[in-house]
Design a protein around this ligand. Structure first.
Ligand code: PEP
Ligand code: MN
Length: 356
C-alpha cells in the first residue's frame, strides 16, 4: 500500500552537488573535538553537523555519551560555523532538551525505530511543539519495511513535515562483510511506498569499517539516495564509540570528490532495470555470505566429528537432508532437479572443508 504524505517539505541543509551531506563524529566527546571537527567539515561545504550525545550501547558500562552537557558544544557549532546541528533522540526528555538547545535535526536511531511505543512517545513530544525540527528516521534494526513506514507515519502524524529516512543496514548474525547488512531493495521500495520522501544512506553504520565507507557511499549515490550521513572524527582511533568506522575530515573530502553525479530522478524505464540489477547484486552478496557461513559451520562440524571419531560422510543424514531441502524448496517454487544439483555441489565442498 502506498502512503501519500501531503505537504512534505525538503530537508534543511545546504547541498553539495545536489546531495545532502551530514557529517560529524559518532559521539560528541569534548568541546575541542566537536569544534575542530565542525570547522574542518564546514570548510568542505558540509551543511549539517551530526554528533550523538545520548548513545544507545549494547553493553552497560560502555561510553553512553555526555548527554545534556554536550548540548552547548553543538550550539557553539551552530553559532560559529553556521552549520545546522543534528543529534539522536530516544525519549521525550531528549526531545525537550534538544529543542531547548535549538537542535535543527533530530534522528531516531535504529534500535528506537524498532519499538513503536518509543517512537509514539517521541511523536507525542513533537506534537506539542510550535516549531518542529526536521526528523530523520533510521531503518529499524530488523529488515521490516512496514515497521519503518509505521515509524515515519507516526512522526508525520505529529505534524512534522521535514522528514527523511536513513538506510543504515540491518543487524546481521554471524559472519558478514558488513556490520549491518544493507538490503538495498528495502529503501528503494520505501521510496515507492512514500512518494517524495527523501532517503539518505549511512555507510558508516552499514560497513562498520572506515575502508569500506567510500564504496558503499558511491553505491548509494548511484542508486539515487538523496544524501549521506557519514561519521567523521579528527582522530578515529581515539574515538570513544564506533572507532573502526569513522573517517577523518580529509578522508571525507577525498570521498566527496569521488562521488559520481546524482542519477536523473525522472529516469527512463531503463532505471527500473538498473534497480532490478542492483537487487540481484544485493541478493548475490547475501548468497556469498551465507555460503561462507555454511562452510564455517561445516568446518566446525568436522572438528566435532573428528573428536568423536565419527566418519565425515553420514549417508543417512545426507539423504534425509537432501529430501527435506528439496521439499522446502518446492514450497518456495524452486525446481527439485536444480536443488539436487546445487545441494550436491554444496555438500561436496562442505566435505572437502571438513577434511582440512
Ligand atoms: C549513530 O548514528 O551513531 C547510531 C547510533 O546509529 P544507529 O541507530 O544506526 O545504530
Ligand atoms: Mn555511531
Amino acid at each position: 500500500m502506498k502512503y501519500q504524505l501531503p505537504d512534505l517539505e525538503p530537508l534543511p541543509g545546504t547541498r553539495i552537488d545536489g546531495r545532502l551531506i551530514i557529517a560529524g563524529p559518532c559521539s560528541a566527546e569534548s568541546r575541542t573535538q566537536v569544534i575542530t571537527t565542525a570547522r574542518a567539515l564546514s570548510e568542505l561545504g558540509v551543511g549539517v553537523f551530526r554528533a550523538g550525545i545520548w548513545k544507545p550501547r549494547t553493553h552497560p558500562g560502555s561510553f553512553e555519551g555526555f548527554g545534556v552537557d554536550a548540548l552547548p558544544w553543538l550550539s557553539m557549532v551552530r553559532r560559529t560555523t553556521g552549520m545546522l546541528i543534528a543529534t539522536e533522540v530516544a525519549t521525550p526528555a531528549h526531545v525537550a532538551a534538544a529543542m531547548r538547545a535549538e537542535v535543527d535535526i533530530l534522528w531516531i536511531g535504529a534500535r528506537t525505530a524498532a519499538n513503536p511505543f518509543a517512537v509514539q512517545e517521541i511523536a507525542d513530544a513533537l506534537t506539542v511543539l510550535d516549531r518542529k525540527p526536521a526528523v530523520l528516521v533510521k531503518n529499524p534494526v530488523n529488515p521490516d519495511l512496514e515497521l519503518w513506514i509505521g515509524a515515519i507515519r507516526r512522526i508525520y502524524a505529529a505534524g512534522v513535515r521535514r522528514i527523511g529516512a536513513i538506510h543504515r543496514g540491518f543487524s546481521t548474525y554471524g559472519q558478514s562483510l558488513y556490520r549491518n547488512t544493507p538490503h538495498w531493495s528495502i529503501p528503494i521500495e520505501l521510496r515507492h511506498r512514500i512518494p517524495g520522501l527523501p532517503v539518505i544512506c549511512d555507510p558508516s553504520h552499514i560497513t562498520g569499517r572506515a575502508d569500506l565507507v567510500p564504496q558503499v557511499a558511491i553505491q548509494a549515490t548511484q542508486m539515487g539516495f538523496d544524501g549521506l550521513i557519514i561519521e567523521t572524527h579528527p582522530s578515529p582511533c581515539d574515538a570513544l564509540s564506533d572507532s573502526a568506522q569513522q573517517i577523518t575530515p580529509q578522508q571525507l573530502a577525498d570521498l566527496l570528490h569521488k562521488l559520481p553525479p546524482m542519477p536523473d530522478k525522472e529516469a527512463s524505464p531503463a532505471a527500473n532495470l538498473d534497480e532490478l540489477r542492483r537487487e540481484i547484486d544485493d541478493v548475490d552478496d547475501e548468497l556469498l555470505q551465507i555460503l561462507a557461513r555454511r562452510m564455517d559451520v561445516a568446518r566446525r562440524i568436522g572438528e566435532v566429528k573428528k573428536e568423536s571419531g565419527m566418519s565425515i560422510v553420514q549417508t543417512d543424514r545426507y539423504n534425509s537432508l537432501m529430501e527435506a531441502r528439496v521439499d522446502a524448496g518446492a514450497r518456495l517454487g524452486l525446481s527439485g532437479d536444480f536443488l539436487r544439483k546445487l545441494l550436491a555441489t554444496i555438500h561436496e565442498e562442505s566435505v572437502k572443508q571438513q577434511l582440512h
